[in-house]
Design a protein around this ligand. Structure first.
Ligand code: ADP
Length: 263
């Protein structure tokens, strides 16, 4: 029980991700761009959150910092009760391999590996035992039980993204980050993938943070967190496509007028 702060243990036990006053600026003094301007956020374990906002609002930077792919200039990122910020590059990589799963828009599968080998790769990278039964069970769950030996170029886009989902689940990470996971898919495959994501998350009790610009994709989440100008700009629970689209349009207005955010 080595907690580094005075937060309540019970609270931390149910929290998958916490950001505290995370700031990130790009460029040097004269042409500095503040991508994240003090973002604080806490996501419960088992939640499915969509991050939305206008282009340039800081969504990618938030994902990069929260997932340990980049470091904030200041602020803290805590994953499953453990602080991720600070420490060496190799410590960060180890932490990421143990705690974080990724699903990317372009799948990022290795073309020379089979479906099963792609799925178990994160275990091998982390130096963990490869539980093939578990990998096969997850692949069965995502509908690829008959394609274990196929290579990515023998699969459709939707099937490739299913492999990526299985790969993200195989290490039982504390948080899975998805960056426009349906951005490269046709409408129907996108819906299938989103439905599957939501179902498998529930079954595995996984926590998902999904960056998307698509209100349809966001409507599959439990809640949507809006960003504008590098700050949180409101949250919506049980989002519908129309409500999300309307709020997004309104966010654009707010950003243009430099109106105060936080509604
Ligand atoms: P979003 O994903 O919402 O489009 P980003 O996080 O990519 O937003 O960008 C937020 C702001 O930070 C933008 O103004 C963008 O131009 C700037 N930015 C992002 N990455 C870099 C970078 N590597 N160098 C300089 N500016 C950047």
């Amino acid at each position: 029980m080595a907690h580094h702060d005075s937060g309540s243990d019970a609270e931390e036990g149910t929290e998958a991700l916490r950001l505290t006053e995370v700031r990130k600026t790009y460029g040097s003094a004269q042409n500095a761009v503040t991508a994240l301007d003090g973002v604080s956020l806490a996501l419960p374990a088992g939640s499915f959150t969509a991050i939305m906002g206008p282009s340039g609002s800081g969504k990618s930077t938030l994902l990069q910092c929260a997932a340990g792919l980049d470091r904030p200039d200041s602020g803290r990122v805590v994953v499953a009760g453990e602080e991720m910020t600070g420490g060496s590059e190799s410590a960060l990589t180890k932490f990421r391999r143990r705690h974080i799963g990724f699903v990317f828009q372009q799948y990022n599968l290795l073309p020379m590996l089979t479906v099963e080998q792609n799925t178990t790769l994160p275990l091998r990278l982390a130096g963990r035992p490869v539980d093939r039964d578990r990998a096969r069970e997850i692949l069965g769950r995502v509908g690829l039980g008959e394609r274990l030996g196929h290579r990515p170029d023998q699969l459709s886009g939707g099937q490739r993204q299913r492999v990526a989902i299985a790969r993200a689940l195989v290490t039982a990470p504390s948080v899975i980050f998805a960056d426009e996971p349906t951005g490269a898919l046709d409408t129907r495959s996108a819906r299938d993938v989103l439905r599957l994501l939501r179902e498998t998350l529930r079954e595995h009790g996984a926590t998902l943070v999904m960056v998307t610009h698509d209100p349809v994709a966001a409507s599959y989440a439990d809640s949507v967190q809006f960003l504008a100008d590098g700050r949180l700009a409101g949250r919506m629970t049980d989002p519908t496509v129309d409500a999300v689209a309307e709020r997004l349009a309104h966010l654009g207005d707010l950003a243009d007028e430099h109106a105060p955010v936080g509604a």
